[in-house]
Design a protein around this ligand. Structure first.
Ligand SMILES: [Fe+2]
Ligand SMILES: [Fe+2]
Length: 168
């Protein structure tokens, strides 16, 4: 089966991972121009899912949220909060870990993207058109205050993950 939405979002996952790899390739000196592109890419990707793809799927599902949607939304909240503190080795490890779990749940056979694709079959092109028009999320500066990291840890906890366990 041709799966244009699955392809669109999966390719965006790979593009975003590539930006993170470029940003953190040298652990002694992160390349912030790539890290900022990574933050913009990830936040804009989440916006496309939360504002366009997931609502369209829910609507096509008689307005019943898909079972996995609540978990993915909590993870989007955690990823968004993790974009606020400045990157450190620990923070990057946690971001990578959560992104991996999250992307599997979306991409795997029978996962969120397949469910969305099936439910919205009659409007695939319309959704692709809407997605192509999404504007980039404007970035706030990184926040070096300790509470920014604490808030990210709490958001992660709400999504069912423990920061300190992941960095161990
Ligand atoms: Fe997502
Ligand atoms: Fe995604």
């Amino acid at each position: 089966m041709n799966k244009p939405l699955h392809k669109f979002f999966t390719e965006d996952h790979r593009r975003i991972e590539d930006l993170l790899d470029k940003a953190t390739g040298n652990p002694d000196e992160y390349r912030m121009e790539y890290y900022q592109q990574f933050r913009t890419g990830l936040l804009t990707h989440i916006k496309m899912e939360e504002k366009i793809l997931f609502p369209a799927a829910q609507k096509a599902n008689n307005n019943v949220p898909l079972p996995i949607a609540a978990r993915l939304r909590l993870e989007h909240g955690a990823l968004t909060a993790l974009m606020v503190p400045p990157p450190t080795e620990e923070l990057i490890k946690v971001i990578r870990y959560l992104l991996e779990q999250h992307d599997i749940a979306e991409e795997e056979p029978g996962g969120m993207y397949d469910a969305c694709e099936n439910l919205t079959q009659h409007q695939t092109q319309e959704l692709l058109d809407q997605l192509s028009k999404v504007t980039e999320v404007p970035l706030n500066p990184l926040n070096h205050a300790p509470f920014a990291l604490e808030a990210a840890k709490r958001a992660l906890q709400r999504a069912g993950y423990d920061y300190d366990e992941i960095v161990k």
